[in-house]
Design a protein around this ligand. Structure first.
Ligand code: SAH
Ligand code: SF4
Ligand code: F3S
Length: 469
C-alpha cells in the first residue's frame, strides 16, 4: 500500500493486541482485550488504561474470546486509519452477538473526533471515551453494564495522567515509552491532532524522572520520551517557583543512570533549540537521533500547511544539528500531494530530501481530515493518481538514501543495546545502535538488556549484520 510505505511508525504497529503479563492472567477475574492503533502516544495511553482497569479487577488478555470488555484505542490521522478501525468493529460485531454481557468500547482520537455519533453509527458500541477521559472508565463501564450507552469525550487542560504508573503489557522488558506531555498547540492545517488531543500540557518533570528510574530498576535500558512536540515541553511547579524546559528534562532523565538510553520524539523544527543539542552532545546515553518532520520542501506549501518555518530555516537547522552532533541520525515525515501542490513544489521536496539524506522517513499522501483548517480553507485538489505517483517517487528516492546510509556503516563498530531474538533466527540477537539502526548478530552468550560492541560486516535494506567484538 502506498500510503503505508516502508516503516510507517504509526501503522506498523496497527492493531497490535497487548500481550498479557503472566501475573495478570492469574490474578484477575475479569478480562479485557485492547487493540491499539496510531502513534506511540496512543500505545502508551493503552498502558495507562490497562493500569486503570487493573485496579478495577480487569486483567489483560490476548485472547479476544475470553474477554468481557473489548477496547479499540483508535487513530484519526488519515482516513485509512479510521477505515481500519471500522472494519475491526464489524468483525467484533459477530463476537458481541454471540457473547451476552460483552462490552465493546472505542477509545482515543477517533472516539474524540466522532464522539456520540459512533454510538449511532455503530450500534454495537457501548462506550466512547476520549483521550482525556480514561479516569472515568470504571464509572462508564459500570454504566454501560446496565445497558446504557456511555460517552465521555471531554478534553482537559490539565490531565497528564502523571500519577498513573502505566502497566507495561506488550514489552520486550528493555525499551519503553514515557509520555511527557499531551495535546498540541500548533495548528498545522492538515492535522487533526489538536482537535482530538486538545491543548498542550506538560507532565510533572519529577513524575517523568521517577517513571524512568522505576523502569531502569525493573531492568529497562531505554526510554523514549513522547510528545507531539517535545521541544515545547515546559513544566511549572504548582507553587510557580520551578520551571523545567525540555533540555532540562532531557538532562534529568539522562542522569537517572548512564546505562539508561534516552530517546525522544517528535521534534518540531521550529522549536528544537541549541540547548537540546548541547545536552545531547554532553551525555553519551542520550541517543544521537532526531525525528524532524519536514512535511514538504516547498516554502509555498509549508506556508499553506502553517508549519511556520521555511525550507532555508529547516536546512540551517539540519546544518546546526550536524555541527553540534556530527554523527546524528535524522528521520522525517513527508506528505505528498497537499492542496495546490505543483510538480515544482514536489521537486522541492525531493530536493530537500537529497540535501538531508534521511536515514528513515515516514511518507504519506495527503488525506483530508474533517474539521481541520485545510479542509475548511483549501480544496483537496490533487487527484489521487498524482498524489500516489509523487509519493512513489519520494519513496524510491528515500530508499536510495537509506540504502546508501546503511552501506556506509559497513566496517564500523557500534555500541548496541540488545532488544531480543532476531525474527529470522533463534541463533541471532538484534538491537539498535545510537542512531536507531537495527543490527543483527550471533547470539553467543549474550542476552537482552546488555550492551555489546558490534562490528558491521554487511547489510540489507533495513538491517545491519555484524559480530560482537
Ligand atoms: N506531532 C508530529 C506528527 C504527528 S502526526 C509532528 O508535528 O511532526 C504524524 C505524521 O502524520 C505527520 O508528521 C504528518 O506527516 C502525517 N500526517 C498528519 N496529518 C496528515 C494528513 N491529513 N494526511 C497525511 N498525512 C498526515
Ligand atoms: Fe499535528 Fe502539527 Fe501538532 Fe504535529 S505539530 S501534532 S503535525 S498540529
Ligand atoms: Fe493518531 Fe491520535 Fe496519534 S490521531 S497519530 S493516535 S495523536
Amino acid at each position: 500500500m502506498l500510503d503505508q510505505v516502508t516503516k510507517v511508525h504509526d501503522e506498523s504497529r496497527q492493531g497490535e493486541a497487548f500481550a498479557p503479563q503472566m501475573a495478570d492472567v492469574q490474578t484477575y477475574s475479569k478480562k479485557f482485550y485492547i487493540e491499539s492503533y496510531g502513534c506511540a502516544m496512543n500505545f502508551n495511553d493503552s498502558e495507562i488504561v490497562a493500569s486503570i482497569l487493573n485496579k478495577e479487577g480487569y486483567g489483560a488478555t490476548r485472547n479476544v474470546e475470553e474477554a468481557s470488555l473489548i477496547l479499540l484505542n483508535t487513530c484519526s490521522i488519515r482516513e485509512k486509519a479510521e477505515q481500519t478501525v471500522r472494519k475491526r468493529l464489524t468483525e467484533f460485531r459477530q463476537i458481541k452477538r454471540s457473547t451476552p454481557g460483552l462490552l465493546v468500547g472505542i477509545l482515543g482520537c477517533m472516539a474524540e473526533r466522532i464522539k456520540g455519533k459512533l454510538l449511532e453509527e455503530e450500534k454495537l458500541v457501548d462506550l466512547v471515551v476520549g483521550p482525556d477521559a480514561y479516569r472515568s472508565l470504571p464509572a462508564l463501564i459500570a454504566e454501560a453494564g446496565t445497558g446504557m450507552k456511555s460517552v465521555n469525550v471531554l478534553l482537559s487542560r490539565e490531565e497528564t495522567y502523571g500519577d498513573i504508573s502505566p502497566v507495561r503489557l506488550d514489552n520486550n522488558g528493555v525499551t519503553s515509552f514515557v509520555s511527557i506531555m499531551r495535546g498540541c498547540n500548533n495548528m498545522c492545517t492538515f492535522c487533526v491532532v489538536p482537535f482530538t488531543r486538545g491543548r498542550e500540557r506538560s507532565r510533572d518533570a519529577y513524575s517523568v524522572v521517577r517513571e524512568a528510574a522505576e523502569l531502569f530498576d525493573n531492568g529497562y535500558r531505554e526510554v523514549t520520551l513522547l510528545g507531539q512536540n517535545v521541544d515545547s515541553y515546559y513544566w511549572t511547579s504548582s507553587n510557580g517557583e520551578e520551571t523545567v524546559t525540555f533540555a532540562q528534562l532531557l538532562e534529568k532523565v539522562a542522569l537517572v543512570h548512564p546505562l539508561l538510553r534516552v530517546r525522544f520524539s517528535t521534534s518540531h523544527p521550529k522549536d528544537i533549540t541549541d540547548d537540546v543539542l548541547f545536552v545531547m552532545a554532553k551525555y553519551d546515553n542520550i541517543c544521537n537521533y532526531i525525528h524532524l518532520p519536514v512535511q514538504s520542501g516547498s516554502n509555498r506549501i509549508l506556508q499553506l500547511m502553517n508549519r511556520t518555518y521555511t525550507r532555508e530555516w529547516y536546512m540551517k537547522k539540519v546544518d546546526r544539528i550536524r555541527e553540534i552532533l556530527p554523527d546524528c541520525g535524522l528521520s522525517t515525515d513527508i506528505i505528498a500531494g497537499f492542496c495546490t501542490e505543483t510538480e515544482e513544489d514536489h521537486q522541492e521536496t525531493m530536493d530537500i530530501m537529497r540535501y538531508v539524506q534521511y536515514e528513515l522517513a515516514y511518507m504519506y499522501f495527503y488525506s483530508e481530515r474533517p474539521g481541520t483548517l485545510a479542509e475548511r480553507r483549501y480544496q483537496d485538489d490533487i487527484p489521487e493518481e498524482i498524489k500516489k505517483k509523487r509519493l512513489a517517487e519520494i519513496v524510491a528516492l528515500h530508499r536510495r538514501h537509506s540504502e546508501a546510509g546503511m552501506k556506509k556503516e559497513v566496517g564500523k563498530t557500534f555500541r548496541v543495546l540488545i532488544e531480543g531474538t532476531s525474527k529470522r533466527s533463534q541463533e541471532q540477537l538484534f538491537g539498535r545502535n545510537d542512531q536507531n539502526k537495527v543490527i543483527v548478530f550471533p547470539r553467543e552468550n549474550y542476552s537482552k538488556g546488555e550492551y555489546v560492541m558490534v562490528k558491521v560486516e554487511s547489510c540489507t535494506a533495513g538491517t545491519l549484520i555484524g559480530k560482537v567484538v
